[in-house]
Ligand binder design. Sequence first.
Ligand SMILES: N[C@@H](CCC(=O)N[C@@H](CS)C(=O)NCC(=O)O)C(=O)O
Length: 215
Amino acid sequence: MSLKLYFHPFSSFCQKVLAAFYENDTPFEPHIVDLADESSSAEFKKIWPIGKFPVLRDDRKDRTIPESSIIIEYLDLHYPGKAQLVPTDADLAWQTRLRDRFYDLYVNVPMQKIVTDRLRPAGSNDPHGVEQAKTLLQTAYRLIDQQMEATMWAMGDAFTMADCAAAPALFYANEVMPFGGTHKSAAGYLARLMARPSFARVVEEARPYRALFPK
Ligand SMILES: N[C@@H](CCC(=O)N[C@@H](CS)C(=O)NCC(=O)O)C(=O)O
């Protein structure tokens, strides 16, 4: 098999890419990376020294592709399927990328800040950083709520890369800072994402790892 995906099923950025793979039933060889395991982590860093996943390896083209959005763009270009995740229309494409960036940078990243702070050793927490992350998430929720008042998916009727980014970001953000009671349109959007077969499968496959989520 040409495509190998290095990932962890519980990681939000990996889930974004898994949703894209499952949208198109694109075959790949799964390589689960355990960053807590020294040898698994060292092996992975030989492929991508930055050490962040997901990373795609395409043996046929001899390419190593890190970064969730770039992986989805690469799949769309070289392994297209029934769902086109980045529109060919240039104007729709930049708007899709903008929304993808929005969910990564203003939902996923602050959500991770809140979660990973809980994993820090006692005495090394960053309460100021966590407060900033919560404020950013609050602003993002408001904008998402407004945007989703009248649309099905982030870009309208078509499910795109922006929805792949939104799904795990909103799913985990809702765990750390629930928005169901305050942002009804955003909550409706999350419910649609959860019901989407590609993401429902991602959530199901991550279920055995739920104990990793710090309370
Ligand atoms: N910009 C990257 C972010 C990837 C990322 O932050 N991945 C997390 C897991 S969700 C990770 O590898 N964390 C491990 C670490 O930072 O050591 C992308 O879009 O792929």
